[in-house]
Write a protein that binds this ligand. Structure first.
Ligand code: UAG
Ligand code: ATP
Ligand code: API
Ligand code: MG
Length: 490
């Protein structure tokens, strides 16, 4: 594709160089190949503008950068918001893309919702994929990407790759970092969803307003004109999200007890899941959701909303809800202790999520709920004590342990959690903490291991000293349960 056609995406004229053929895109100067367009962005760690001359030396034909940046030897595609301009330009290059693309934002529930949306579409007979914390999941395979939202070049080229494989429907997770950094946009998004908002990532965002504003770009800028906004209506921030979507003129699809389009009438926990009564377009539906926990109802219904808002037939969507498979690491039953106590693994890593995970298990506990969790290093420090408070408020026994200390002193992270967790025990080593919880669990108890969900490693250290030590809560829980059973049998 010619540079002139691409520059036109942001209304610019590339002059005589417009005839140059563009071969691809790069945001890291070390990845620039001859004929590429380089995006020079000011980052958290370094200023990409410092690498412009190196990128040009490697053959960049154009550089997307702020007007004040210095570009010599290549076309300067100047824009005060270079990340957004880059997304718009690159999106013209990466085609085709799947026909139906939807995006999900919110503090908790994004991964679960994109996963469930993919499952519903699949059960409706579509070739569907999801992109998010669990990686890229297609009808044929699942590939981990490391970050929830990959960089914009990877994101767009993944979308094109999926379209070429025949995938027609994609649900992707739009994290606040991804939204703030214009890492996943540019292509036509037919519907956006908002799950909820609560404290997280205040190391990156100035305050809750700033965090909310980052998320709301999904409705105010990213979803296509005339697209749909699927909003969980029962959250404290729902009304604000509805306001943003209405101001943009999106078609509203609200879901929940206060939902207008998909209304939850009743939710009754059953032994293996929950019985729901839902109203859609004046018809009432009874659904047996095979998952426990109120939070999973929220995610399942938002997923149903996305499918309905993008044209899936209601009978098939309701039927699919009854056949949803659990999402990896989200209230996943990992083991049964010898005492009979079930051990659950959940990805709760915010105060709200911990409260939701505990509330999900509470109706199933006749004895004690034993919670093991920690908090990540180099992440929002202010969420630690509230996580401690949420854990002790809802559990009968709490063990505070390590969860990806990264560049911080693990003992200091635990101390910050313990500030809010009066009466909790402290066992730094996560395996020992899990073993202690399982050993303490009696027949009527339930163990919850929170914070890491599907993660496969414990991240220790930072920069060049960063190491990922293999660690999987599900496997460790199984091993501990088996060892304790073996020891008891001797
Ligand atoms: C804080 C943050 O989000 N950082 C992300 C961001 O980095 P940045 O733009 O600030 O990058 P930087 O390192 O300062 O560099 C600035 C620019 O110079 C370029 N550069 C840099 C060095 C060089 O030698 N040459 C060069 O060209 C870089 O490519 C970049 O464009 O953009 C990078 C590329 O897109 C990301 O890899 C990086 O994620 C870091 C690794 C990270 O840990 N991010 C986490 C917090 C994150 O984003 N998590 C969310 C999930 C959160 C949730 O689910 O709740 C996610 O969406 O994954
Ligand atoms: N709708 C919800 N309301 C409250 N808590 C939820 C909800 N959905 C999930 N959770 C909690 O949050 C945890 C993470 O869920 P999930 O991975 O779906 O969220 P996410 O938004 O993708 O998280 P991340 O920001 O890390 O990508 C779950 O394990 C559960 O404890
Ligand atoms: N997407 C979240 C995941 C947190 C998971 C938890 N195990 C941690 O490391 O803090 C983040 O990057 O903040
Ligand atoms: Mg996620």
């Amino acid at each position: 594709m010619k540079l002139a056609q691409l520059a036109a995406a942001i209304g610019q004229d590339a002059g005589a160089a417009g005839e140059s053929r563009v071969t691809g895109f790069a945001i890291d100067h070390r990845k620039v190949a001859p004929g590429n367009i380089f995006g020079a962005f000011q980052g958290v760690k370094v200023n990409g503008e410092d690498y412009i001359s190196a990128a040009v030396a490697s053959g960049a034909v154009a550089v997307v950068a702020r007007p004040e940046a210095q570009v010599v030897g290549a076309v300067h595609l100047a824009d005060p918001l270079p990340r957004r301009a880059f997304a718009r330009i690159a999106a013209r290059f990466f085609t085709p893309v799947p026909e139906t693309i939807v995006a999900v934002t919110g503090t908790n529930g994004k991964t679960s919702t994109v996963e469930m949306t993919r499952q519903i579409w699949r059960m409706c007979g579509c070739r569907a994929a999801s992109i998010g914390t669990l990686g890229v999941t297609t009808p044929d395979e699942s590939v981990s990407t490391g970050l929830t939202t990959p960089d914009i070049v990877t994101f767009l080229s993944n979308m094109t790759g999926l379209a070429r494989e025949g995938v027609t429907h994609v649900a992707y997770e739009a994290s606040s970092h991804g939204l703030a950094q214009y890492r996943n946009e540019g292509l036509p998004v037919r519907a956006g969803a908002f799950t909820n908002l609560s404290r997280d990532h205040l190391d990156y965002h100035a305050d809750m307003e700033d965090y909310f504003a980052a998320k709301m770009r999904l409705f105010s800028e990213i979803v296509d004109d005339g697209g749909a906004a699927v909003i969980w209506a029962d959250d404290a921030w729902s009304a604000r999200a509805i306001e943003v979507a209405s101001a943009r003129g999106l078609s509203l699809f609200t879901v929940g007890e206060a939902g207008d389009q998909l209304r939850l009438i009743t939710r009754k926990p059953s032994q293996l899941g929950q019985e729901l009564e839902i109203v859609y377009e004046d018809n009432s539906y009874k659904v047996r959701l095979p998952l426990i926990g109120a939070y999973q109802v929220a995610n399942a219904l938002v997923s149903a909303g996305l499918a309905l808002a993008t044209g899936s037939p209601v009978a098939q969507v309701m039927d699919a809800l009854g056949r949803l498979q659990p999402v990896r690491g989200r209230l996943e039953r990992a083991a049964i202790a010898q005492s009979g106590a079930p051990v659950y693994v959940d990805y709760a890593h915010t105060p709200d999520a911990l409260e939701a995970a505990i509330a999900a298990l509470r109706p199933h506990v006749t004895g004690r709920l034993i919670t093991v969790f920690g908090a990540g290093g180099d992440r929002d420090t202010g969420k630690r004590a509230p996580m401690g408070a949420a854990a002790v408020a809802g559990s009968d026994m709490v063990i505070v342990t390590d969860d990806n200390p990264r560049g911080e002193d693990p003992a200091a992270i635990r101390a910050a959690i313990l500030q809010g967790a009066a009466g909790a025990q402290e066992i730094g080593d996560r395996r020992q903490a899990i073993a202690a919880a399982i050993a303490a669990a009696g027949a009527d108890d339930i163990v919850l291991i929170a914070g890491k969900g599907h993660e496969q490693g414990q991240i220790v250290g930072t920069g060049d000293n960063m190491r990922v030590l293999a660690f999987d809560d599900v496997t460790v829980a199984r091993e501990c349960a088996a060892q304790l059973a073996g020891a008891a049998g001797q």
